[in-house]
Design a protein. Structure first.
Length: 339
């Protein structure tokens, strides 16, 4: 499976965004895959089996790619960046394994979730191994600064998970509260990947902060588009059931906005469906139609676009060049993607 399958929404003709991104990132993605295959092994067979299953399920490898591009943007030209870059994929995979257990997920990237095959205890423990392996891999670089940034990011990720759990089945969550969840749960690791790329590449404080800001806004935009796809995507694109957030009791921004702008009778109906023990397909379709009609999709998409513009604006301190261009293209891809 292609590790970075770009959406069909992006035109595929010569000179298109899809072709530009593929041409520039393919060698780096190949290096990332080689490193992942090396570091997923363990003397404990179950760890290797589950690890290879989750790592081979077609992830975008966005986080390690951003670390490599961030380092290159700051002048790094060597080949020792890939082992550090895969730390971010391991941390991301670890969080996905734990997420699927907490959410009782049945599918992940078009395949059965690992916990449905090996059970919750095994998956939680393998997730712990992948987290520990990430720290071990990072220690090898002997950089206190990188370890500080990584520990800050993982702490914020854990906070995001707890915040999300606190707001499970909570239709009264406000937009600011929800944004705090995704800033911690999604944007923190993406931002850290970009900033650590700057540190690794020898960038100064200005370069660090610029790439941190880029990653922060890119991460928010990425999750906001995920929110919209849960209402507008297709099962074959998402690799999981459409409407999964509703079924798991997660009120994301499109629904939060719809609830604020719906008519009283519509709000009552939303609450009835959302609080039901089981959400039937017709009820799910009713919520999806209401979210679209009240502007929840449009509002969320516009906010994602705003964060994408802020991400690209943060790169203005760097001179024009191929690396800056591909980072801007990736920001545009986040808005266009369908997976």
């Amino acid at each position: 499976m292609d590790a970075f399958a770009l959406p069909t929404l992006i035109p595929s003709g010569p000179g298109s965004l899809k072709e530009r991104i593929h041409a520039r990132i393919r060698p780096d993605l190949d290096r990332i895959e080689e490193e992942i295959n090396q570091f997923v092994d363990s003397e404990i067979p179950l760890i290797s089996v589950v690890g290879r299953y989750i790592m081979g399920s077609g992830g975008k490898r966005l986080r390690p790619l951003l670390m490599i591009l961030g380092a290159r943007l700051c002048g790094y030209a060597g080949k020792n960046d890939a082992p550090l870059a895969v730390v971010f994929e391991f941390l991301h995979a670890s969080s996905l394994l734990h997420d699927d257990v907490v959410d009782h997920a049945e599918f992940r990237r078009s395949r059965p979730a690992a916990n449905t095959i090996w059970g919750n205890p095994a998956v939680v423990l393998v997730g712990d191994f992948m987290y520990s392996r990430s720290i071990q891999m990072t220690v090898g670089y002997k950089s206190i600064r990188i370890l500080e940034l990584l520990s800050e990011a993982t702490t914020r990720m854990a906070e995001g998970e707890v915040l999300q759990l606190m707001h499970s089945d909570d239709l009264e969550i406000h937009e600011k509260e929800y944004l705090q969840v995704i800033i911690r749960k999604t944007a923190a690791l993406i931002s850290a990947a970009c900033q650590i790329g700057a540190v690794f590449g020898g960038g100064g404080n200005a370069e660090e902060q610029a790439l941190r800001t880029y990653g922060h806004n890119l991460g928010i935009a990425f999750q906001l588009i995920d929110d919209t796809l849960d209402y507008t995507g297709e099962v074959k694109e998402l690799g999981k059931p459409v409407g999964n957030d509703i079924k798991e009791g997660k009120a994301t921004l499109p629904l939060i906005y719809a609830l604020q702008n719906a008519k009283p009778a519509e709000r009552l109906r939303l609450r009835q469906i959302f609080s039901a023990d089981e959400v039937h397909p017709k009820d799910l379709k009713e919520i999806q139609n209401l979210v679209v009609r009240t502007g929840g999709i449009g509002y969320t998409y516009e906010l994602a676009c705003s964060h994408t513009l802020q991400a690209k604006e943060a790169l203005r301190i760097f001179p024009q060049g191929p690396v800056r261009e591909v980072l801007c293209d990736l920001a545009d891809y986040v808005i266009c993607r369908r997976t």
